[in-house]
Design a protein around this ligand. Structure first.
Ligand SMILES: [Fe+2]
Length: 233
């Protein structure tokens, strides 16, 4: 029998609000911190918490709203774009040394963007959720969010799909990759990161090859068209 924890903190909106609060606390700790090692440590936690939080919202909360609430789609699409930008910033942050002169500025801009996103999300999307989902549904969704957190990716993947059905599958692979990397020593983690770069390079190369092939086919068709209709320009 499936039982659910009846504790009110598992209401979906409380779960998400708690995440928002702990992320904001991390930003505040960063703002108070001194020294590159401490800043690097706090930033690593920000990367982890935000990556997990974005993944569970995209997998469960946003799709539930789109399915149930009229007029939710536009707001959810904006939220997804804001997540996408945050992931790009997080990915850059991961590669930056704590002593880099851009480090604090990058975290500062990320904090501004995330605070703006959270404010709108709590004002608009939470209100929509309260209007369209029953308290039992919000409680079940809350339980699902808590469970999903255990297996969510812990690092940003800005080019991975962020909507169902693609993200559910992509998150499984990304989470396995991230969680494997999380437990490795620094040396091995660097090797893994290099191989991630190789994969991304291959994907980019693949894209260029595909574009060139499309252009060649286009030129071929144009030529063939001129041969069939010699008067065609
Ligand atoms: Fe969000």
């Amino acid at each position: 029998m499936v039982t659910r924890n009846s504790h009110s903190s598992h209401d979906a909106l409380s779960v998400l609000r708690k995440d928002h609060q702990s992320i904001d606390q991390l930003f505040r700790r960063f703002e108070r911190s001194r020294g590159s090692a401490e800043r690097r440590r706090i930033a690593a936690r920000i990367v982890r918490e935000l990556s997990v939080h974005a993944a569970i919202e995209e997998e469960l909360f946003y799709p539930a709203l789109r399915r149930r609430a009229d007029g939710a789609a536009d707001r959810v699409l904006v939220a997804l774009e804001e997540h996408h930008l945050a992931k790009l910033e997080l990915a850059e942050l991961e590669g930056l040394d704590g002593s880099d002169e851009r480090f604090a500025a990058k975290v500062g801009v990320l904090a501004d963007n995330v605070r703006h996103h959270v404010q709108e999300e709590e004002r608009e999307l939470f209100a929509l959720a309260r209007r369209t989902l029953s308290s039992e549904e919000l409680a079940l969704l809350g339980d699902a969010l808590v469970r999903a957190r255990e297996t969510a990716p812990t690092r940003p993947h800005p080019s991975a799909p962020d909507e169902p059905p693609g993200n559910a599958l992509a998150n499984v692979g990304a989470a396995a990759f991230d969680r494997g990397r999380d437990v490795l020593g620094r040396g091995l983690a660097r090797v893994i990161d290099r191989s991630r770069g190789v994969v991304e390079q291959a994907l980019r190369r693949g894209e260029v090859v595909a574009r060139e092939a499309r252009q060649r086919i286009g030129r071929g068709l144009e030529r063939a068209g001129r041969e069939v209709r010699p008067d065609a320009r």
